[in-house]
Design a protein around this ligand. Structure first.
Ligand code: KDG
Length: 338
């Protein structure tokens, strides 16, 4: 009888109804499709990590979950994809924290300029209670935060001139992510910043709508930004975390074993994603020397940029939450004391 039921099941695909009749666990036999979308292209560490996650998820769910991957803003930009998660019309995305700050204020804390001295300090804070509590807050907005992956330290590129001091930035039209604090930081540095979705950036640079942008080395190289930008400076002015997230509407439909598996595998892939991202950023930093005029700032030169953006801390501290800002600063300090 079970065999017969199994073959009907294969033919009709109505697993749920049939197993209902035989008293099996309905939810357990249902299959689910996850559409995961990102803005970066399929050469990015972010995409490679999604491919790994897809493999794991499909295998460990015994085929109960099928994952479809979409890159290069095929499903929309970071903000649009988060809105789709809220509506339940898309299941997974992995935005930078900058646009998340427009949904959950506290996320802005990670985008304070020159907050993290290095990648490891970022890991320390993001994986601590502070980072995990913020992920939890996403649930009030219809999103489940699974893990912090890494976008990385961002560096300024432009088509006009080498940038060695904040004065060199004066008047440059710089594209930023959609986050008022990023705009404020660039205004403090003398630029003329404009927020824009990632998917529109390449053509905006090509057409001279903007003179410059800022992103990690890997993105500058792999998105071919060097074709439309001549100069790059290792400003490293902010560290961008990614948040791998799933639609709460979708998540709530899953049986608990699959919910747990998604959380667990997202964390496992985190280690891989951060590692290859770091390797790729180091490799493409070198490779960009063949493509662009690269300025490497001394630590003294970097201090001038740090000083220029300092007012952003006072301007945004209350909005982000003074206690949160202080606890993150304290945690960074704790890391450095180790
Ligand atoms: O896939 C991630 C992108 O959508 C975006 O977050 C990349 O750093 C980014 C940017 O500049 O918009």
């Amino acid at each position: 009888l079970v065999l017969v039921a199994g073959s009907i099941l294969a033919i009709t695909g109505e697993a749920e109804a049939i197993f209902g009749i035989f008293g099996g666990d309905e939810k357990k036999e249902k299959t689910y499709t996850i559409r995961a979308g990102i803005g970066l292209n399929d050469k990015s560490a972010q995409y490679k990590a999604l491919e790994k996650w897809k493999q794991m998820v499909e295998k460990r769910s015994d085929g109960r979950i099928k994952m479809e991957l979409y890159h290069s803003s095929q499903l929309g930009d970071d903000r649009e994809m988060m809105e789709a998660l809220q509506l339940g019309t898309q299941e997974v995305t992995c935005p930078s924290t900058a646009p998340i700050g427009e949904f959950v204020e506290g996320f802005k804390v990670f985008d304070l300029p020159f907050l993290f001295p290095n990648n490891e300090a970022a890991d320390y804070v993001l994986d601590s209670k502070i980072g995990q509590n913020l992920l939890k807050k996403l649930e009030d907005e219809g999103m489940i935060g699974l893990a912090y992956w890494e976008n990385g330290f961002r560096h300024l590129t432009n088509s006009k001139r080498p940038v060695k001091t904040p004065e060199d930035i004066k008047g440059l039209k710089v594209r930023t992510m959609e986050n008022p604090m990023h705009l404020a930081a660039w205004r403090e540095m003398g630029a003329n910043p404009t927020p824009m979705a990632f998917g529109e950036l390449f053509s905006a640079m090509q057409q001279g709508v903007v003179d410059g942008q800022e992103n990690p080395w890997g993105t500058i190289y792999l998105q071919n930004f060097y074709e439309v930008q001549d100069y790059v400076t290792n400003t490293g002015h902010v560290y961008s975390p990614f948040v791998l997230m799933v639609s709460e509407k979708f998540y709530d439909k899953l049986p608990s074993d699959l919910q747990t598996m998604l959380r667990k595998t997202a964390k496992e892939v985190k280690e891989y994603q951060r590692r290859i991202n770091r390797e790729m950023n180091a490799e493409y930093r070198k490779k960009l020397k063949e493509k662009m005029n690269v300025t490497i700032l001394s630590s003294e030169q970097k201090s001038a940029f740090k000083k220029a953006v300092q007012p952003v801390y006072d301007e945004y501290k209350e909005e982000i939450g003074a206690d949160l800002v202080d606890s993150v600063l304290q945690k960074v300090e704790e890391y450095q004391q180790q």
